[in-house]
Design a protein around this ligand. Structure first.
Ligand code: C5P
Length: 241
């Protein structure tokens, strides 16, 4: 893992110009920039292509559809030049295997680096009641671990998970290179916003996270660069034990 450059900044803003300003301020300190449903719906693929030219982009659109459609969307994400994108593991093994195969094929034909493909197990906004509503009568923990293993078996590179689940996923999945990307991280001095189970950057690293997705604590800071530097120092101290 590269130094302490492990923060993926969530570009949760409304317009391209706000996003581009953030990218230009933070590009030296961030590992990557995450473009999610809000910004993608507002600004579209041109912005993704633009930011991806000189930065690592995590396209967080959580694809969930039939195998052919998700695989084709994955190929388009690769064509945009993103570094990472994600799919819902609940879409099943055929969908995940086809996506990995088609994207790998496309990238080797085009001589490009294949994007990392992550799985979403159970959304952190879901609990046992949410699962019961859709007919899943087991703990979220058991569901998360089984879906993480399924993602790994299908050749995905990692999962998005709550920091509270990271250590158990790390222990359960055989592939030791499996990436764990965790949102819900709050430096000690920040408010929790609507994140219910929060972890500090230090704890998240100690639990086994590879990358931390952080939005509002950075976006709403008076000095965003200073905020991100403070977070990186905390990560570095966790890396050094
Ligand atoms: O502002 P905040 O740091 O809470 O932003 C976290 C980001 O991570 C948001 O873009 C949110 O959509 C995303 N995310 C999350 N929980 C998940 C998956 C993604 O908070 N389980």
């Amino acid at each position: 893992m590269r130094s302490n450059k492990r923060v993926i900044v969530a570009l949760d803003v409304e317009t391209s110009s706000e996003a581009l300003e953030l990218v230009s301020d933070l590009r030296d300190e961030a590992a990557a920039f995450k473009i999610g449903l809000q910004l993608f719906t507002a600004a579209g693929p041109d912005l993704v292509r633009n930011i991806a030219t000189e930065n690592q982009v995590f396209l967080d659109l959580k694809f969930h559809d039939i195998p052919n459609t998700v695989a084709k969307a994955g190929v388009e994400a690769a064509r945009l030049g993103v570094w990472m994108f994600n799919v819902h593991v609940a879409g099943g093994s055929e969908m995940m295997r086809k996506t990995v195969a088609d994207v790998t094929d496309f990238c080797s034909r085009e001589n490009r680096r294949r994007p990392l493909i992550l799985g979403v197990t159970v959304l952190t906004s879901s609990d046992a009641n949410t699962l019961a509503e859709i007919g899943i009568e087991r703990s979220t923990d058991a569901q998360v671990i089984d879906l993480a293993n399924l993602a790994s078996d299908c050749g995905l590179d990692g999962v998005v998970a709550s920091p509270a689940e990271a250590a158990r996923i790390r222990a359960a999945v055989d592939n030791k290179e499996f990436l764990i990307v965790t949102p819900g991280v709050r430096p000690k001095f920040a408010t929790n916003d609507d994140q219910k189970r929060v972890t500090t950057p230090r704890q998240a690293i100690l639990e086994g996270s590879d990358y931390l997705v952080i939005g509002r604590p950075i976006l709403q800071a008076k000095d965003r660069v200073a905020e991100l530097r403070t977070i990186r120092e905390e990560i570095e101290s966790a890396e050094n034990g």
